[in-house]
Write a protein that binds this ligand. Sequence first.
Ligand SMILES: [Zn+2]
Length: 378
Amino acid sequence: MTAREIITYLENWAPPGAAWERDNVGLQVGSADRKVNKIFLCLELTENALNSAIANKCNFIFTHHPLIFHPVYKFDTDKNPKAKLIQQILKNDITVYSAHTNLDFTKNGVSFELAKSLSLKNIRFLKNLDNTLSKLTVFVPEEALEKVSGAIFSSGGGVIGEYKKCSYLVNGTGTFEGSDETNPAVGTKGQFEKVPEIRLEVLISNWNLPAAIRSMIKAHPYEEPAFDIYPLKNTNPNFGMGAVGELEKPLTEDEFLNHVCNSLKINNLRYTSGKRKKIKTVAVCGGSCSDLLNEAIGSGADAFVTADIKYHTFQDAENRILFIDAGHYETEILSLNAVKHKLEKFISEKKENIKILKYKGSTNPVKFYNKKGENQIA
Ligand SMILES: [Zn+2]
């Protein structure tokens, strides 16, 4: 199996088009044509993580945080640790691929995994993505309907939540008069024609639109298919930021804080108290999502679990929502389990024998220091 097949599979789940526009997702270093022997997963690639991948003979590395995020202008392997890392990757014939905010924004991605690890039920997006949907409308003769709609569906059109092949059809009449240069599929050139047609409407994410239009035109019997593209104000039901769900049983603030520590296997977290005595509805967002504080409050959540919260943002939340900073690494690392399960399923379906290893060490740069000695500060 090539790296390209693995990437295509991953991108059907977490399309790069869904990523934040300034993100740098996708293939980072190496070839997509490489035949993959063993896969290595880590949240980010450090020197230790790369050494472990090399020692384990893995030649495809998946990372969540992109290897290259800020532009690298000089590949000075003496002075720039990233350049040194890239040199090692190339020298060992490894392909590195990253799925970052596209993995954050997809169903069962980073935030859904965080919600699952906190045993939340009825998990849905906290805030669906804006301005990412279009409506593709095309006018087709009835006999070509199945072929044309099929072409759009297989390019990612017509997916609404758990429903696929969604479309709307209405009968109408198309008119045209072809010039001498034409070769109309229906009717005669030089004659004004009235033809029964179906108006086919399909919702589609913007990143699927170019491919859908190409395959729609290919499947359409007309020389000049008539179609319209409408940008929509609707939010995208299939992609979003953060997640929200409910606990099986309400917990007190203290019980919930302890539940977060146990679920994420952590000893420390930072928080500010909310206004409710019992926690039942919980919003989560893996990584730095304190910008979603108002959405979390607006969703009716009793608690919001995320990371990288600033002092003044804690102030904004105080006595409004139990606001928890459980750590950037800690709220994201569990998503590698979802990547591993997906890939294992794909590999077994393809009857391939490719092992997947998750980095056993930690790439978390943040450490906690506990004061030693007798004179503990109260
Ligand atoms: Zn992150």
